[in-house]
Design a protein around this ligand. Structure first.
Ligand SMILES: O=C(O)CCC(=O)C(=O)O
Length: 420
């Protein structure tokens, strides 16, 4: 445990510098509690510390943590002051170190630390520090160190039951009024992609461009995912689709999500009735877990126009549905394992697709693309959808403004790159 604490402290080599930040200085209470805690955390002093003093400091830090947490949850999220979010990151980091110092159960303390770090990553704001002259994020790095140490601790215990993934795809019927005229391109040159797809805003299926990602070999093994991310907390969408009334979100351990939703055969009802799929959708998983980020690479087509694409993870069982919607940016949707059925419609069809009126959903159609109700939405008869199945290793280019409906045919992991 000592080594783990030292490594975490080395993420912020001069911990007292945290006290100089505006978010700490602006409140006497924040400064007083933090400085008494932080001043005792220099690595040389740690083993000499009086455990009673450490335990009292942990209680004080816990109270400070609750105070900042409550402030973040007062009023609307978009009016929360950035300084409070930064303060939450700092108090989370200090609380993690104290939790590790004081606890008598190493494994539980590391798990608690990972949970705190994930909550801090979701609610706080990033704080960049430097180690060996490389910029790192305080809580991202702390969570990675804890994950590695927890894994080493667990290696001494009997190996857990190995999980298997069933990505078998059952044949599907083709819905009426669909055509597939989407171009299939084998490793197109950057120039060809630029002038024929990007500039003309024409979708295409690209093949052979992600075959060398380590993710292609690694991610379909659930045991690998559990090793690098099992203990992490992630937001999971629950419900038939995000535009439905039954939709909600909850925080879950990645391990539980994999065991209960991805590897469980019971994830989708066999009778085809509507089910409440659990979906890790549109999540910044790769900022949260850099080990997974290293398993993928930004396709070259993107760097031409955008050095900083937004990378999102989409992991779910068979039967997840993203209803027909548009996005304002270009997208490369990359299929790492499993398959998805995708229906596409042109931006010119917008009026025939009856977007929701409320501004929160006005990029989403009221029409169920797979079973359109022509009585309610008669103009939808004139929309010719392009229908395709995206399979392992395929990449779909979706131009801005194009309508897309996505439904998984098996457990599936996709990565999307949104870019300008
Ligand atoms: O894969 C999905 O469920 C939806 C993907 C999507 O809508 C996107 O990448 O913009």
């Amino acid at each position: 445990m000592r080594k783990c604490i030292e490594e975490i402290l080395s993420v912020c080599p001069v911990i007292t510098l945290l006290l100089d930040r505006d978010c700490v200085q602006r409140s006497k209470l924040y400064h007083a509690v933090l400085s008494s805690a932080v001043n005792q955390l220099s690595a040389e002093q740690l083993p000499l510390q009086d455990t009673k003093v450490m335990a009292i400091n942990l209680i004080k830090i816990g109270v400070l943590y609750d105070t900042v947490y409550n402030r973040l949850h007062t009023g609307q999220w978009n009016v929360v002051e950035p300084a409070e979010r930064e303060m939450f990151t700092i108090v989370t980091y200090v609380r993690i170190v104290y939790t590790l110092c004081v606890s008598s159960n190493e494994e539980e303390a590391m798990k608690d630390g990972i949970y705190l770090a994930d909550l801090g990553l979701m609610l706080g704001s990033p704080i960049s520090t430097k180690r060996d002259d490389i910029g790192i994020d305080l809580l991202t790095e702390t969570a990675s160190i804890l994950t590695t140490h927890l894994h080493e601790t667990n290696l001494q215990e009997p190996a857990p039951k190995r999980l298997k993934l069933n990505t078998h795809i059952e044949p599907t019927g083709t819905p009426e009024s669909t055509t597939n005229t989407i171009a299939v391109l084998q490793c197109p040159s950057l120039e060809f992609f630029g002038s024929n797809c990007y500039d003309r805003k024409e979708p295409a299926i690209l093949k052979g461009i992600i075959d060398d990602w380590p993710a292609m070999e690694r991610w379909h093994d659930p045991n690998y995912l559990l090793t690098v991310a099992g203990e992490r907390t992630v937001p999971i969408e629950i419900g038939s689709q995000y535009s439905s009334d039954d939709w909600s979100q909850k925080l879950m351990k990645f391990r539980e999500f994999i065991e209960q939703s991805i590897c469980s055969e019971a994830s989708a009802p066999a009778d085809g009735s509507e089910h409440r799929a659990a979906y890790l959708a549109q999540h910044d998983l790769f900022d949260q877990i850099p080990t997974l980020r290293r398993d993928i690479a930004v396709p070259d087509y993107i760097g031409r126009t955008d050095p900083r694409p937004r990378i999102k993870a989409w992991l779910g069982p068979k039967g997840t549905v993203s209803p027909l919607h548009t996005d304002p940016c270009h997208n490369l949707l990359c299929q790492v394992f499993g398959a998805k059925i995708i229906l596409l419609a042109r931006p010119e069809d917008t009026a025939r697709l009856y977007p929701h009126e409320h501004f929160i959903l006005n990029n989403t159609s009221q029409v169920d693309a797979r079973r359109p109700d022509y009585e309610r939405f008669p103009l939808a008869r004139d929309v010719s959808f392009h229908r395709l199945t995206l399979r392992r290793g395929d990449v779909l280019y979706i131009p801005p403004g194009w309508w897309h409906y996505v439904e998984s045919l098996s457990p599936s992991f996709s990565v999307s790159f949104w870019f300008e």
